[in-house]
Design a protein around this ligand. Structure first.
Ligand SMILES: Cc1cc2nc3c(=O)[nH]c(=O)nc-3n(C[C@H](O)[C@H](O)[C@H](O)COP(=O)(O)OP(=O)(O)OC[C@H]3O[C@@H](n4cnc5c(N)ncnc54)[C@H](O)[C@@H]3O)c2cc1C
Length: 423
């Protein structure tokens, strides 16, 4: 197996997740996160890295390794991993439930942690103060701030770019991010003991992949608007799943359904790293939450369904206790949800996980590096794939690699230019 050995390789071979931990480790004078020409959040190099700097980044980077949590005595589900607790539920606060991406479980847990004094604040992603189409990492210490950062942002974010400074400040905080962001934090915990002491809870959303900012600009353009005029933008939320919503400074408003955004002919360049991800369901997190879609026959439906419902999983004893405490304190309402329902509802993640082994085989055959997925059961899941799934995944990645479509611009190159990259 060939893992990447430098940050240049991680970025140029499409393995970077964009989390920003490298900027936090080395400082802005060395690496600074910014939009790459492909529209992803990537480290932009200010100078060549020394060997000790490369080593510090490689110890932590999820583009190199994402090996999973030790599961103890529990036998993990082949696809969905360790589940100490599985339920469906929602925030009891109607405002949180309405505004959030789904049922507001992640936001309600975060508000509970802040209001109970368990943590000083939450490190999470919110809408950028300068540009409503972009995201920024926030340290939120009040209910209002946490609720304002609720919702799913299907675009580049670098939630860990200031995590070192927060650890230096001595504050105790929880983290919410994508599964790969949490995986990076777990890697950091192996070399920085402050992580386990100061970040008692790591929460993640289920993630099917994060697109380029080009996808967002395409949505704006499809409405016939100019990205420079946008004043407010939501991918979903304000209902469940809630429309994609846009308001421009001239006062015009536009919206379209979840399926019109994600399942029409929109070009939405997903990161290559997301295509080979073995952890869409947040196995490194204490708690992970996803949609609890309404089923129509054996298929999940994305039609507007009123008040949102999450399905959520506790991966660790700490996560299980957090959910129990939040239920007892009245922040979350829960109902029973079975593994069979999870398997049927989120089989997109089943198919994805089954494909990873065959995608990695395509990379290996063409001499490309790929992440070390350690205990994430890539082989076990891959052997459960049908011959058709195996061939499709292998052939697709092989072709992509031969055509160099896993490659991204070097870390020394320029930035995303909205008007030339959208289609
Ligand atoms: C890129 C992406 C892909 C997703 N794919 C799936 C999927 O395949 N299946 C599924 O069931 N659900 C998916 N979701 C998750 C879903 O949209 C909800 O976030 C999840 O159900 C949790 O709902 P909630 O109401 O508890 O979240 P909320 O209470 O609204 O909280 C969402 C939290 O996510 C954080 N956040 C939002 N966007 C980002 C981001 N880009 N990076 C880091 N943190 C972020 C916010 O800061 C907030 O804390 C995806 C979300 C994203 C952002």
């Amino acid at each position: 197996m060939r893992v990447a050995d430098s940050i240049e390789t991680i970025v140029e071979r499409g393995l970077c997740t964009g989390c920003g931990a490298c900027e936090s480790l080395l400082g802005k004078d060395v690496l600074r996160m910014g939009l790459s020409p492909e529209g992803f959040m990537r480290p932009r190099g200010q100078r060549p890295l020394r060997q000790d700097e490369q080593k510090a980044v490689m110890q932590v980077c999820a583009g190199r390794s994402q090996t999973g949590l030790a599961t103890g005595k529990t036998v993990p589900h082949r696809i969905f991993g360790t589940m100490l607790h599985l339920a469906k539920g929602h925030a009891t606060d109607p405002e949180i439930r309405f505004r959030s991406a789904t049922g507001g479980v992640l936001t309600a847990l975060a508000v509970y942690l802040v209001e109970s004094g368990e943590v000083d604040g939450i490190l999470q992603v919110g809408v950028s103060a300068d540009n409503p189409l972009l995201n920024e990492a926030r340290f939120n210490a009040t209910r209002e701030q946490v609720v304002a950062s609720s919702g799913s942002r299907y675009g580049p974010s670098a939630p860990l770019k200031d995590v070192g400074a927060l650890l230096d400040s001595g504050r105790r905080f929880a983290f919410i991010g994508k599964p790969c962001d949490v995986a990076t934090l777990r890697n950091l915990a192996r070399v920085d003991p402050r992580v386990d002491l100061q970040i008692p809870h790591m929460l993640a959303m289920v993630c099917g992949g994060n697109p380029s900012i080009a996808a967002t600009y395409n949505i704006v353009r499809r409405f016939g608007e100019d990205h420079r005029d946008v004043e407010e933008f939501r991918y979903r939320g304000h209902g469940w799943p809630g429309p994609t919503y846009l308001r421009v400074k001239q006062g015009r408003e536009h919206s379209q359904t979840y399926d019109e955004t994600w399942f029409s002919n929109l070009t939405y360049e997903l990161m290559f790293r997301c295509k080979i991800c073995a952890d869409g369901t947040g196995e490194h997190a204490d708690v992970v939450a996803g949609d609890c879609w309404v089923m129509e026959g054996d298929r999940p439906s994305h039609r507007e369904a009123g008040d949102g419902w999450n399905m959520h999983i506790a991966r660790t004893e700490r996560g299980r206790q957090l959910i129990e405490d939040a239920v007892v304190a009245g922040y979350i309402h829960e109902e029973a949800f079975s593994v069979a329902e999870l398997e049927a509802m989120h089989d997109d993640h089943g198919a994805k996980k089954r494909s990873v082994l065959w995608r990695l085989a395509g990379l290996a055959l063409t001499g490309q590096p790929y992440p070390d997925y350690g205990a994430l059961r890539v082989v076990q899941s891959g052997l459960a794939a049908s011959w058709r799934e195996r061939w499709t995944a292998f052939r697709g990645t092989l072709a992509r690699s031969l055509k160099r479509r896993n490659r991204e611009s070097p870390i020394t190159s320029g930035t995303f230019v909205a008007d030339t990259k959208t289609s």
